[in-house]
Design a protein around this ligand. Structure first.
Ligand code: 2NL
Length: 362
């Protein structure tokens, strides 16, 4: 069997591969050529009847053809996959500019709802909402915040680092921000005090289990002005906790703590009761930690070009999933990002139901 004798078969099979208009049709072509009863397979089986020399030449020719057919099928599969994808994308196109259908099926995700609610509460206190990039420099995410080089948060296990070009210095690699603080750093650099902002948004840590997601949401707040002191911090956060949970006499407790970026630092607990197994927020014998806070460290102010002799301020941070779960009785963190419609219909909020200052939509 000479190479040329295979030419008509080669033409025929490659032509059929080229003409296959669906993945099913391509699979049929593959089976008819390379399947157990395929035409190439049948020719392969005849090799045994040939003389050694002829067998070697024919075997090599058949193997070349087989490899070419396989490569053509792989390329065609890729082409058809793209075609399917294009068709799907065209079919599933949604017009995000269409007006919301009042009373329709759509729901506001609890994370969006919670961000709307806390923005309304802090907005009433004079805070503006600030946003910034998810991909950050080491300086904005760590160095400016007085987080030392040996801090565990800087380690590979805890933080997502982006690949740099070969030979990129570790401190020159970009990171997915591990908190929203970089936005406060950028704000302090860009504008003169007084500053009163909250920064809700996505944050990222290399952590995944029942209670941790590699992507989660935080809100941080920052107030910088002349003569800001711990009393402002306490008043602001007590007010927030009571407004957010809609309990006027909610007990709020401040516990000494430590963060590299604040001094002094305090963790904030709210009263709760765990009687009878369930958790009930409000007066009770127990405490539940819900946020961290402190007076902005003078080094952090100086790192941002703010003179600590002239200005002071406080900052705080909390997890949005956590306070949403507490307020709305959502038991499991893992379902938050699964886009499960049954979950959304249960825990989601009606569109256009504006969050009020006190409780948000109900
Ligand atoms: C927590 C604690 C906190 C901050 C965040 C902050 C930001 C700047 C300067 C100083 Cl730019 N501090 N943020 C301060 C104290 C606590 O978060 O437990 N978050 C979930």
């Amino acid at each position: 069997m000479k190479e040329q004798e295979l030419d008509p078969l080669r033409k025929e099979i490659l032509g059929a591969v080229e003409n296959a208009e669906s993945r099913e049709a391509l699979e049929e072509v593959r089976i008819s050529a390379l399947g157990r009863k395929g035409r190439l397979t049948a020719l392969m089986k005849t090799l045994g009847t040939l003389e050694a020399e002829a067998r070697r030449a024919a075997g090599a020719a058949l193997n070349r053809l087989k490899a070419d057919v396989e490569a053509a099928i792989a390329a065609a599969a890729e082409r058809l996959h793209h075609k399917d994808m294009e068709a799907r994308l065209a079919g599933e196109r949604v017009d995000v500019t269409l007006p919301v259908e009042v009373g329709g099926e759509g729901r506001v995700h609890p994370i969006s709802q919670t961000i709307d609610e806390l923005s309304a509460i802090f907005g009433e206190m004079g805070f503006k909402v600030a946003e910034g990039p998810h991909i950050e420099d080491d300086f904005y995410n760590f160095t400016a915040l007085n987080i030392p080089a040996e801090h565990p948060a800087r380690q590979e296990q805890d933080t997502f680092y982006l690949m740099g070009a070969a030979g990129t210095r570790p401190e020159a690699r970009k990171v997915l921000r591990t908190h929203t603080s970089p936005v406060q750093i950028r704000t302090m650099q860009a504008q003169k005090p007084p500053i009163r902002i909250i920064v809700p948004g996505r944050t990222f840590r290399s952590d995944h289990d029942a209670t941790h997601s590699p992507m989660f949401h935080q809100v941080e707040g920052l107030v910088i002005d002349k003569h800001i002191h711990m009393g402002h911090l306490k008043g602001c956060l007590i007010e927030f906790c009571r407004a957010f949970f809609d309990i006027d006499d909610l007990p709020v407790r401040f516990r000494p703590s430590y963060f590299p970026f604040t001094e002094p630092s305090a963790e904030v607990d709210i009263g709760c009761s765990r009687e009878g197994g369930g958790l009930k927020i409000g007066a009770g014998a127990d405490w539940l930690e819900i946020l961290g806070s402190g007076m902005v460290h003078p080094k952090v102010l100086a790192n941002c070009g703010v003179d600590p002799a002239e200005y002071q301020g406080f900052a705080f941070g909390m997890g949005i999933e956590r306070i949403a779960m507490l307020k709305y009785g959502i038991p499991d963190l893992r379902i938050f990002y699964e886009s499960d419609l049954r979950w959304l219909r249960h825990y989601g909020f009606a569109a256009l139901d504006q969050p009020s200052l006190i409780t948000g939509a109900r």
